[in-house]
Design a protein around this ligand. Structure first.
Ligand SMILES: Nc1ncnc2c1ncn2[C@@H]1O[C@H](COP(=O)(O)OP(=O)(O)OP(=O)(O)O)[C@@H](O)[C@H]1O
Ligand SMILES: [Mg+2]
Length: 230
């Protein structure tokens, strides 16, 4: 499923005026493609993902998910689209405090309308994939920051999303674990034909990207990996 952002402008209220977080941004992410987004803090990367996720309505421009206009959907229809087709990994893991790692994933499937024993099997498999097989029955407060981040990623993959939006997925992980997560995300992107957008500060991640774009002051420019400053 292709993800298309077409001429997106997003502003936020800022004192008496408005702050322009996204300034006429266009981006096309083909099915099976992984686009990395880099850029300084505050440049608009998370805002871009929030618009692509249909969580925030832009001032102007369109989001097309698999050719279907997602901007302009009712709240209920946008929520249904997210549950069915979009996997989101937020910068801050927002796990439910009372649920175990396994249950966080199962709830996701439940919201996506899936039931039954295959749901548990898939959840166990994904937790294994992110290296948390042994922690499946722990609640968030019993997990380290990096382990919570990995539950957050596994949960986003639970409903086999066709659009995968990932914000700094490895900021709390060591190099080897981060590389394993990146392999998992890029492998799933290709195997399932997902359109993936990955926000990252880690140059090592750029190797798995088909394309790297750079945000600066709410604007997007294509970038060569070699030209990006450390
Ligand atoms: N809800 C909000 N209300 C007002 N301003 C906001 C809001 N969210 C973000 N901003 C502002 O919009 C701009 C872009 O923020 P955004 O979170 O998209 O940046 P970012 O590139 O993800 O940064 P970081 O790398 O630090 O996560 C910043 O100037 C930020 O202060
Ligand atoms: Mg951000």
């Amino acid at each position: 499923m292709t993800l298309l952002l077409d001429d997106i402008t997003l502003t936020y209220p800022d004192g008496d005026g408005r702050l322009t977080a996204l300034d006429r941004v266009s981006l096309s992410v083909p099915a099976g493609g992984l686009t990395a987004v880099v850029g300084p803090s505050g440049s608009g990367k998370s805002s871009l993902l929030a618009v692509a996720a249909t969580l925030v309505t832009p001032d102007r421009g369109r989001v097309l998910v698999g050719g279907v206009a997602a901007t302009g959907l009712s709240r209920a229809d946008a929520a249904a689209l997210r549950r069915a087709a979009i996997g989101i990994v937020f910068q801050q893991p927002n796990l439910l405090p009372s649920l175990t790692a396994l249950e966080q994933l199962q709830v996701m499937a439940h919201l996506g309308g899936r039931r039954g024993r295959d749901v548990r099997g898939r959840a166990v498999e994904l937790l294994d994939d992110v290296g948390l097989g042994a922690q499946a029955h722990r609640r968030p407060h019993q997990l380290s920051g990096g382990q919570r981040q990995r539950v957050n990623i596994a949960r986003a993959l639970m409903n086999d999303p066709k659009v995968l939006l990932v914000d700094e997925p490895t900021s709390a992980l060591d190099h080897d674990r981060g590389a394993a997560i990146l392999d998992l995300l890029s492998g799933l992107t290709r195997a399932r034909g997902a359109a993936t957008v990955l926000v990252t500060h880690d140059r090592a991640h750029l190797a798995v990207a088909d394309r790297v774009v750079e945000m600066a002051d709410g604007r997007l420019a294509s970038a060569d990996v070699g030209s990006i400053a450390d």
